[in-house]
Ligand binder design. Structure first.
Ligand SMILES: [Fe+2]
Length: 247
């Protein structure tokens, strides 16, 4: 964490948020995974972020990324209420026990009905937003990560998804890690962001760094893209309250 913070300060970021993956085993539904923290690591994570916050020159936000697991809403809500996070990112990494975001599980795309997969994924995104459990939807169109695209146009799916997001009050993360993935596009795409702008859905910035060098990576590129689409503000979070800041 010290290295992540040092990189943020070196790049001149105005603040940094940590958002490790909430232990899946605590949510009661346990898809096999290799990414989330173990339950016995959570307290240490919280303590580490608080410790680094006390000696940082820039604000450090305590965030968490939580899988939205349909059917586990009640336990998710109870657990989240027990901690004082600055922001909670809700994400979907699993469909039918398949971690479709994991490079080790890409083969399954070749057997999947991609049109149906996109439908299923964005239906889950809508449910995530409507659950009211999360402040931010993480990597909104991550289902495109390995560049498997539907045959049919997904314009109406995007529009329907944004209408649901807009009604729910959730904020969309503009996540730059898509530029480092096979798809080589930000999450979400420019088309999605255009709709966000049209429907006044707030956007926040994230680099989804899994190593210190990636802290703040491509944030300027993201800002330029938002400017070109007419955005003037981005959302920031403290104690689960959203405020808008000049872009
Ligand atoms: Fe994620």
């Amino acid at each position: 964490m010290a290295e992540y913070l040092a990189e943020a300060e070196r790049k001149g970021l105005s603040e940094i948020g940590f958002a490790d993956h909430f232990p899946l085993e605590m949510l009661g539904c346990t898809p096999e995974n290799q990414v989330s923290m173990r339950a016995d690591e959570l307290e240490e994570y919280l303590a580490d972020v608080r410790a680094i916050r006390d000696r940082a020159a820039i604000p450090v936000r305590l965030g968490i990324e939580v899988d939205y697991l349909p059917g586990c809403e009640a336990i998710t809500g109870e657990l989240l209420a027990a901690y004082s996070f600055d922001y909670v990112i809700g994400s979907i990494h699993f469909l039918d026990n398949w971690d479709f975001t994991h490079p080790g599980q890409v083969e399954r795309y070749k057997m999947a009905d991609i049109d149906a997969l996109y439908e299923e994924y964005f239906t889950a995104v809508g449910q995530l937003a409507e659950s009211g459990l999360f402040d931010i939807i993480g990597h909104l169109d991550v289902v495109k990560k390995f560049a498997f695209f539907p045959q049919r146009s997904w314009d109406s799916l995007m529009r329907k998804t944004c209408a649901t997001l807009s009604g729910s009050g959730i904020c969309v993360e503009l996540n730059t890690s898509g530029w480092r993935a096979p798809v080589n596009e930000a999450y979400p795409s420019e088309a999605f962001l255009k709709l966000c702008r049209e429907m006044q859905i707030p956007v926040t910035l994230g680099s989804d760094a899994h190593c210190p060098q990636d802290v703040g990576r491509d944030l300027n590129r993201a800002r330029t893209m938002l400017h070109s689409l007419g955005f003037t503000e981005v959302a920031a979070f403290s104690r689960r309250k959203q405020t808008m800041r000049p872009l």
